[in-house]
Design a protein. Structure first.
Lengths: 327, 321
């Protein structure tokens, strides 16, 4: 078990180093920073001095090592546009994105799994057909279109919900939350539906097809032959087996929810990291882009690790075999 | 004979399909006495497994019982509501399936599966159920059951898993066990052990067994009586010795002579020409008539019912009088 965790962590570090290298190489595409800082009239002596001061005369791998060392401490330098430390910008924006993603993921799982189970158990009912039809829409409609349609219906035509922003937020330490105010909660509804709909339909279809597969297996037939009640056959024996593959997909989807929040945040002008990233792209604010890249990669890697451990907890077959394989 | 434990009368199982209705089991009647082991043999597709599934009420839709009746200890069970039938399954009729590797849920310990089954049918505390589960595992010959009970199915070999499956089928001491090819997926050396175990437990518990297999060797060793099925119909039924050594139905004769015997030194195996008809194309009259060496006019015109022939009954016009 310990060996398994250590091996996974080592792999995660490797992935992060690779992503860091890509983020670092972004800086080489914006031209010569010395030229930016000194302008065209600087003397060659000044250039050499500044280049040396910034460490830019050192070999590539030394610069990269410095970048990694600072990144590990959360230091990605100053934002070119806002002249603030990048880390502070992210700390301000992080709660908005995480709260939105959390609600969207919760929605996707809490609605998607029951819908999928229902569609598998009552395969021929009209409601299952409706679920399947709706899920087709959810999978095929682009996120921004869903967002705009929701705004049109619920904000513009009905006027029930706000069309943009986070509403009022409450600060708890450095974390600002929208969960504690009515306007904050109301503001969450449309963006989280927009963000979660695709994942919800994906989870629903996945649960449905996995469940149908499991219901055909011999151990389900044998469970019925032992006279176990349907409730137990469906929700104990079948559902647990269904969830093994679903955990992996749902976990990975959580990562993409956070990453794809960019589009939803843009549509709803949600003050999160995604919006920050889009704004930075338009002005080529490289430090912010590099930091975003690293942060999203980190979130993905951590989620992957957690999913692996969860998988391990759910499926007893892995415990013995993997531990044995690790030695 | 005393009142039969299980009585199947004129059972007909149908599968409605796009190309018409398939009759998978047709006009099948037989009895099983308490404590008796009835072997059911036949080729693949002869309807043996479907008969078993019909008895435990687990025919997969669209398959359905179209006619006939099934009685367990005199009570009709073929038309019971789903919930009443569920209570019978596991409690009064146990079932064992072919593949022990896939019959157990991989995510639950065998103890969890046993205890759940026991608590479903018997009124006892969780503690008592666990004790009973350990007892059952000991009964089916699992060493150190008090330790093994917390293992998952993947910790057991195929033969051991089939023992667990048998323990699960015996949880509530059913009067009848439907065993569908219980040894087919096992090594030959393990097969004999499992068959012996099944026979011993049936005797100790006073349970009858419906042993479905295509292995005549297993039947010869285990069964009291044997029913031979062909194309969804009963060809011959009778005491196992008679059917094996002095079969009356031409199909049974062909089946028996196709089993090679040691020391005969034959170059080729005897075989029955042709193949069992598809269910969509069963010939009129006796289903076996196109392949029968003793066919005569009546065989292609009229369908025979089982007729007394010596100590067996054979569905063959040779025995009409």
């Amino acid at each position: 078990m310990l060996a398994f965790v250590l091996r996974r962590i080592a792999q995660a570090v490797l992935v992060m180093l690779a992503v860091g290298l890509i983020a670092f190489s972004l800086f080489t595409f914006v031209g010569d920073p010395v030229l930016f800082m000194l302008g065209q009239d600087a003397t060659p002596e000044d250039r050499i001095r500044i280049t040396h001061l910034l460490g830019l005369d050192q070999p590539f791998y030394v610069q990269y090592a410095h970048f990694v060392a600072r990144a590990v401490q959360g230091d990605f330098g100053l934002s070119l546009r806002q002249v603030q430390p990048v880390s502070r910008l992210f700390v301000e924006r992080l709660p908005a994105t995480l709260e939105l993603s959390f609600v969207a993921a919760l929605l996707a799982i809490a609605v998607g799994i029951p819908m999928g189970v229902y569609a598998a158990l009552k395969r021929n009912s009209w409601l299952s057909q409706v679920f399947l039809a709706v899920s087709l829409i959810g999978v095929s409609l682009p996120t921004f279109l869903i967002g705009i349609l929701l705004i049109l219906v619920f904000a513009v035509l009905l006027g029930w919900l706000p069309s943009f922003g986070r509403g009022d937020t409450v600060a708890i330490g450095w974390w600002t939350t929208g969960f504690l105010t009515v306007s904050g909660l109301k503001s969450l509804i449309l963006p989280s539906i927009t963000l979660g709909l695709f994942q919800m339909t994906l989870i629903m279809r996945l649960v449905r097809s996995e469940m149908l597969e499991v219901l055909r297996t011999d151990y389900i037939k044998f469970a019925r032959a032992r006279g176990l009640p349907d409730r137990s056959v469906h929700f104990r024996h079948a559902l647990k087996n269904t969830l093994v593959p679903v955990i992996t997909i749902a976990g990975l989807q959580l990562g993409s929810i956070i990453a794809f929040a960019i589009i939803t945040e843009t549509v709803f002008q949600w003050p999160g990291m995604g919006l920050l990233f889009i704004q930075s792209v338009t002005v080529a604010d490289i430090p912010v882009m590099a930091a975003y890249l690293c942060l999203i990669a980190l979130i993905f890697v951590v989620i992957n690790l957690v999913v692996d451990l969860l998988y391990y907890a759910v499926d007893p077959r892995l415990r013995l075999d993997r531990a044995a394989a690790a030695h | 004979m005393a009142e039969p434990l299980l009585s199947v009368r004129n059972l007909r199982v149908e599968f409605p399909t796009r190309h018409g209705t398939l009759i998978a089991v047709d006009d099948l009647s037989f009895d099983i006495a308490p404590g008796e082991i009835l072997g059911v043999v036949g080729e693949s597709g002869a309807g043996k497994s479907l008969t078993g599934m019909a008895i435990i009420g687990l025919l997969e839709p669209p398959g359905r019982i179209a006619a006939g009746e099934i009685r367990l200890e005199g009570e009709r069970i073929d038309a019971l509501p789903a919930e009443a039938m569920r209570r019978i399954r596991g409690k009064r009729i146990g079932a064992i399936f072919q593949d022990p590797l896939t019959s157990l849920n991989p995510l639950f310990t065998i103890g969890e599966q046993l205890v759940e089954t026991i608590l479903t049918h018997l009124d006892m505390s969780e503690r008592q159920a666990r004790d009973r589960a350990i007892e059952l595992l000991a009964e089916v010959g699992i060493p150190a059951p008090e330790l093994r009970i917390d293992n998952y199915p993947h910790h057991f070999s195929g033969g051991m898993r089939q023992r667990v499956v048998i323990a699960l089928a015996l949880c509530a001491r059913p009067r009848l066990i439907v065993a569908d090819e219980p040894t087919t997926a096992l090594d030959v050396s393990i097969q004999a052990q499992i068959i012996e175990l099944l026979r011993k437990l049936a005797r100790e518990n006073g349970a009858a067994v419906m042993l479905i297999t295509h292995d005549m060797g297993v039947i010869a060793e285990t069964a009291d009586r044997v029913a031979v099925m062909y194309a969804g119909r009963l060809a011959e039924i009778g005491p196992v010795k008679e059917v094996i050594h002095a079969p009356h139905h031409p199909y049974t004769s062909g089946l028996m002579s196709s089993i090679p015997k040691l020391g005969e030194g034959r170059e080729t195996l005897a075989q029955i020409d042709g193949a069992m008809p598809r269910l969509t194309a069963i010939p009129p009259g006796c289903a076996f008539n196109p392949r029968c060496p003793k066919r005569f006019d009546r065989c292609t015109a009229e369908r025979p019912s089982p007729l007394p022939a010596g100590t067996t009954e054979a569905a063959c016009w040779l025995y009409a009088r």
